[in-house]
Design a protein around this ligand. Structure first.
Ligand code: GSH
Length: 222
């Protein structure tokens, strides 16, 4: 009998968001908690992420990575998809519903996340440029376009396509990055959607685990 291998993920040794749960290991931790899979955590420094040992796992020198036996994955969306495919709880059994949930995963990282990342670039990497003040409102408006469209589609539903899925896990994770900006509050149904995601026990466990790395107060993994 082959015993299942406990997966190992890599996360920031020092969380730049001070444990707010915005780093992308949080999505992977959340997915692991949703499917009830124990995992181990390896902390990496910014310097170590750019060294050969980590670059062998992640060509772009980032976190998270995922190791399970001889399988190595990077890209949070791909890792969540891998977990959702191999365990129950994150993708519906019906083939069409499953395809739609996967579509929402792609929509989260490919359509909704890019303008949100632009805001972070505009604020933190380009905030001192002379044109930064002019660029920020444009970036915010591009986010509003996407939020307006998503808000219209979600309407009064709890989740994007019936039951909670990996599509919601990815979308909520992406939207959470907007919390400090206040933009989410302009769309009450999206703010409530994100709050529903955060209220899930699996999210809470994942959040506590990532916070513990920052505070040093509790076990880092599940
Ligand atoms: N598309 C990648 C993005 C990974 C990423 O940007 N990771 C950040 C942490 S959230 C990182 O490692 N930043 C440090 C760096 O890029 O040097 C994913 O979803 O996993």
């Amino acid at each position: 009998m082959t015993l299942p291998t406990t997966p190992t993920i890599t996360v920031f040794e020092r969380s730049p968001d001070r444990g707010k749960g915005l780093a992308r290991d949080m999505r992977v931790r959340w997915a692991l908690e949703e499917v009830g899979l124990p995992y181990e955590v390896r902390l990496v420094s910014f310097a170590a992420m750019k060294e050969p040992a980590h670059l062998a796992l992640h060509p772009f020198g980032q976190i998270p990575t995922y190791e399970e036996g001889d399988l190595v994955l990077f890209e949070s969306g791909s890792i969540v998809f891998h977990l959702a495919e191999r365990h129950t709880g994150l993708l519906p059994a019906d083939a069409n519903a499953r395809a739609r949930a996967i579509t929402w995963m792609f929509a989260a990282v490919n359509t909704v996340e890019p303008p949100i990342l632009d805001l972070q670039t505009a604020k933190f990497q380009e905030g001192d440029k002379p044109w930064a003040e002019q660029r920020l409102p444009l970036v915010r408006d591009r986010i509003r376009v996407r939020l307006g469209e998503l808000s219209a589609r979600l309407a009064r539903a709890d989740w994007l396509d019936g039951v909670f899925s990996a599509g919601d896990l990815m979308m909520v994770s992406v939207l959470l990055r907007l919390k400090p900006s206040g933009l989410l509050d302009e769309y009450p149904n999206l703010a409530a959607y994100v709050a529903r995601g955060e209220a899930r026990p699996a999210y809470q466990r994942a959040f506590a685990a990532q916070l513990a790395v920052f505070t040093g107060n509790a076990p880092a993994g599940a």
